[in-house]
Design a protein around this ligand. Sequence first.
Ligand code: UDP
Ligand code: MG
Length: 321
Amino acid sequence: MTLPVLGLVIPCYNEEEVLHETTARLIPLLGKMREDGLISDRSAIFYVDDGSRDRTWSLIEKLSGVHPEVCGIKLSCNRGHQNALLCGLMTAPGDVLISIDADLQDDLDAIPQMVRHYRNGCDIVYGVRRRRDTDTFFKRFTAEGYYKLMAAMKVDIIFNHADYRLLSRRAVESLSEYREVNLFLRGLVRLLGYPSAIVEYDRAERFAGESKYPLRKMASFAWQGITSFSIAPLRLITMMGFVVSIGSLALASWALIVKLLVHGAFPGWASTVVPLYFLGGVQLLSLGTIGEYIGKIYMESKGRPRFHVSQRLGQALQQDH
Ligand code: UDP
Ligand code: MG
């Protein structure tokens, strides 16, 4: 069997503090895997600069000048982690691509294990967090709650798997056929259906810099995941409408009975005003939720490109283009 060419795809947004260390850890890892006869010596690292505002790109240029295996792909502006990752997957050559975050919170020892699974015939290998001790209670609670909520809505995602995964060339090519703008890669990959495996690992802390996923981005990403893979919220509205209709029927019958049986019943304002506000609230919420889906249709119908590459660097990319 010829040795597979491995590409490590790493989205970077304002990561000047971590790139030196990341490169210093990845290059020996690639060397070791080459020595062990796991991967070809044409294997490379692909940093995707997601429109960083700091010195990330100049660092990538410098690193690429020193290390032949370092390549760079620069997006024209910040398009978000999922788009940057997709861009890397669509641009990097190689028989097998592994996506990993720049801050190396994900354990590197899982990489050789993933490649072994690939060599045993798997097209997709999911990195799954065994424990999340290093995450804050809030992050762990919300993240795990989210995976459970997705499962309850019958969305097929793997519990505690984020974007640390291996994809074979065949899987990447199939992924490229999904044209959606509202990207939620960990859900899409589940639709590919090729043979897959799981590698468990412990998640470390970010060794420098701050998270590039503040709460606002995280919440919007979580909502993206739900709305691109499930129409459960729309069903919930239908259910709500159903329950409220039954409730109001019951209320009407009760009012009728009171009117007929009790003489001089005093009609309170609360029974009029409270349902009014309640229904107003339910209606607004429902309209908003439906609006969210219409917004998605609007964005998808334009079919705008998901990213633009403004520069490419490195040997592996020059050979290909
Ligand atoms: N990232 C990106 N574009 C963005 C935000 C983040 O490419 O707009 C990258 C970031 O550089 C990192 C990865 O996505 O490599 C994950 O981000 P981070 O580690 O900050 O997220 P967390 O681990 O805190 O969830
Ligand atoms: Mg991180």
